[in-house]
Design a binder for this molecule. Structure first.
Ligand SMILES: Cc1cc2nc3c(=O)[nH]c(=O)nc-3n(C[C@H](O)[C@H](O)[C@H](O)COP(=O)(O)OP(=O)(O)OC[C@H]3O[C@@H](n4cnc5c(N)ncnc54)[C@H](O)[C@@H]3O)c2cc1C
Length: 295
């Protein structure tokens, strides 16, 4: 949060929808035990991935990958909630078979189980098709809280979290920098609104996207690597997911948007490089700073 930030408590009654009734008995008992799904995406390790000029797709072949860094904050939050209040954490990823590594890393951090959504029919998905596919998988799971990173470091749209919540028909809030489950069957979250903070209470089940201020993600542990070495990561394909309404919601077919062109924005900043001995470079710098009225 910026220094000028204000914290405001918002009496934000977000209506409970969907499957909130699921845990009324737990709520009545005042016990907080929740099942949490964390969405993790595998992204390229480098920012220098090339784009296919014909298709507009990222050319990921031969590029090293990592778990989207923001998703690690979501995972840490989920595991910490589980350690404090109980419950189960499931890591869910959609991607090619090698995205299993992101799910396995989640297990090494402390997730209880993981699922990979991989199928040729999922390829070429825009954010809508990605959210739809994730939602269809989550419908098959028991959950009260879904956590996503606030954005990825490759697609970078920050659309998947809110879209996913809409498909699941549950309330959501973005940019959570603090999360707490209350005994009243709600999540209290502090949202980073740029200049302000907003404190919201949301009925479970709900979805939150999280910022990098939320916590310090733990490293994958060697003990967990040994414990989970024999764990299978189930792979679900198109045939495992139900589809609502008209067919054609997955992958390229289910993607109403196409990337026409990708290009870096033109820099409007003039760059000057001085070379030579330090005294000359110092003089150039001082002259420029005077011209710009910094001195
Ligand atoms: C118009 C358009 C067309 C595209 N076409 C293609 C294409 O043809 N081929 C292609 O490879 N890509 C394509 N993409 C990229 C693809 O849509 C994105 O990889 C995907 O939709 C996720 O969007 P994002 O990376 O912006 O995620 P964001 O919305 O920034 O991610 C927010 C959070 O959602 C969750 N999340 C996002 N994606 C996943 C996932 N796959 N699994 C689990 N959790 C996830 C994570 O928690 C993440 O932190 C396209 C994107 C757009 C906008």
């Amino acid at each position: 949060m910026g220094g000028a930030g204000r914290r405001q408590r918002v009496a934000k009654e977000i209506p409970r929808r969907g499957t909130a009734q699921l845990h009324r008995s737990r709520r009545q008992r005042g016990v907080v035990i929740i099942d949490i799904v964390v969405c993790v995406k595998q992204v390229p390790l480098t920012g220098e991935v090339e784009v296919d000029p014909d298709t507009g797709n990222l050319m990921r072949e031969g590029v090293q990958s990592q778990t989207n860094p923001y998703d690690l904050f979501a995972l840490e939050a989920a595991i910490a909630l589980k350690e404090r209040d109980g419950g189960r954490v499931t890591a869910l990823s959609m991607g090619p078979p090698q995205a299993e590594a992101a799910v396995r890393e989640a297990l090494w951090m402390g997730a209880d189980n993981g699922i990979l959504l991989a199928d040729r029919e999922f390829a070429g998905a825009d954010t809508l098709a990605t959210s739809f596919t994730l939602a269809q998988a989550i419908r098959r799971l028991r959950y009260q809280l879904v956590l996503c990173g606030m954005q990825t470091t490759d697609g970078d749209t920050a659309q998947v979290g809110p879209e996913l919540a809409e498909f699941l028909d549950i309330p959501h809030a973005s940019y959570a920098r603090e999360i707490r489950c209350t005994d009243a069957g709600q999540v209290e979250a502090v949202l980073d609104m740029g200049g302000d903070e907003q404190v919201v209470e949301i009925d479970l089940p709900c979805l939150l996207t999280v910022t990098a201020d939320l916590n310090q993600p733990r490293l994958p542990s060697f003990r967990r690597k040994l414990e989970t070495a024999g764990n299978d990561i189930p792979t679900w394909g198109r045939a495992d997911l139900e589809e609502e309404g008209e067919p054609g919601h997955f992958g390229l077919e289910g993607s109403p948007t196409r990337v026409r062109e990708i290009f870096p924005p033109e820099s409007e900043t003039e760059q000057v490089t001085w070379t030579g001995d330090p005294a000359r470079m110092g003089a150039c710098l001082a002259r420029t700073l005077r011209e710009l009225r910094f001195l």
